[in-house]
Design a protein around this ligand. Sequence first.
Ligand code: ATP
Ligand code: MG
Length: 571
Amino acid sequence: MTTATQDSEKVQETVAVDSAAPTNFIRNIIDEDLRSGKHRTIVTRFPPEPNGYLHIGHAKSICLNFGLARDYAGRCHLRLDDTNPTKEDVEFSETIKDSVRWLGFDWGEHLYHASDYFGQLYQWAEELIKKGKAYVDDQTADQIRETRGTLTEAGTESPFRNRTSEENLDLFQRMRAGEFPDGSRVLRAKIDMASPNMNLRDPVMYRILHSTHPHTGDDWCIYPMYDYAHGQSDSIEGITHSICTLEFQDHRPLYDWFLEALGIYAPRQYEFARLNLTYTVMSKRKLLELVRDRYVSGWDDPRMPTLVGMQRRGYTPASIRNFCERIGVGKNDSWIEMGILEDCVREDLNEKAPRAMAVIDPLRVVIENYPEDARDEFEALNHPNEPAMGTRTVPFSREIFIERDDFLEDPPKGFFRLAPGREVRLRYAYIVKCTGVVKDEASGEILEVRCSYDPDSRGGSAADGRKIKGTIHWVSADHSVAAEVRLYDRLFTVPQPGSDKEGPDWKTFLNADSLKTLSGCRLEPSLLEAKPGDSFQFERQGYFIADSVDSKPDAPVFSRIVTLRDSWSKK
Ligand code: ATP
Ligand code: MG
């Protein structure tokens, strides 16, 4: 449990980000520490609490901490901050480890748990008691809260504040031995009830919790608070730069106080601005609510900003690392445009994703002058700029499907796709000309388009050199494979759904169109070989991934990762 305000999604201007962020203030500090000889090896840590799934905000912290260790040839520890047994779960710990590894980082042998230090932390607590710097308080949690004072008024000292060290030690040992029920007593640091910094008004160090811990079982029935555990854990591990988000700035004097009172190695804490990303929420409470109340299908729903969700959506580790680099690390809270994150995955997939053709909303086209039993095959490059990615065979036949909106009976000016009497190029194949339309008499719906093809245009260019403006994608009706396609979009309709500016109920800003499920889409047959998790560029459509959960060999499911262009910036 942390005492900092986690929900500080304040309204701020979205800032533009300059693309090259070669350095940051933390790197400057480290450079100076190395130059002055203060440190020789840089040791950082990423300390998640195993009480939820990591999200894109955590990725910023991971890339920062592991990135520093990598660039300065130091090390970064993964420390599971498991001080609260009631909220934690082994399942979360495993997923956290998977997500850090997936992002491409490695803690080597440096996996730790705050609970590894419970014995040492307890001994140090006894030491502080003996030094007269900690005391057992019998007040209830409510009483403690009520006597803390306010920003303008000093707190009131507890009636138990001046117990002798002997009495405190005896009571603390009996707390540890399990003699008292939950909530009946706490251990507090004896600092200053009148401090202008609320964190220094005799903060609670230990509370009684008769609860089984995932790691230490029933060894303990008292558990340390975050503020007491964190700095000492950093000290034990020899962390040089303890990097956390800005809301811990006011905790820094307490961080320093414990280390000094104990007289142990004192790492330095540095704070940076947390990531706020538009069109999403990141607080664990809100993410939990989305999952629990079924606004999304789970933690790994492709619309979630969780790393498991982003992985399923088709975000690549490289695209997330690149995003974190691009946004940089600063000391001012700001909002980052979702469009920047989307650009990062677009850029990565543009280089890496093989191309394929898929028709999402199929309209049947019959090529009247193409023989019924004839077949053609075309060699198509898997990537226009990467011949090494090879080619595939795309079959062609008398009946094909094209995208319904690539045909208009009555086209406006500037429409270069298919229309009555017009010619269009079928990607890789032939030039076809529309000769007629078959409609449902009652509804007027277009059932089928009739075309003729130009046999001398194999590969797509006319023998007589006439210009064809439009090129559209298509699949062979007989050879193509039916699939479900899920069109994902942003989860919220407003840039800052979690902020006060948008009103109190952030859930009213959920995007009702964030998922459109379409069945009866048609894929070119090579896509049958796609394995769950494989990504493609569907030509003219966007980037798609074979869903890792629901896609089956006989029933493929493809999800849209991102459109080819940013369709939100115009809105
Ligand atoms: P809570 O403490 O409410 O459970 P948390 O988001 O702080 O939530 P932690 O598991 O404590 O989750 O976070 C682990 C690390 O990730 C911390 O060092 C924290 O500062 C960092 N972190 C969390 N959210 C962000 C964010 N949005 N941007 C950057 N770093 C973040
Ligand atoms: Mg936290």
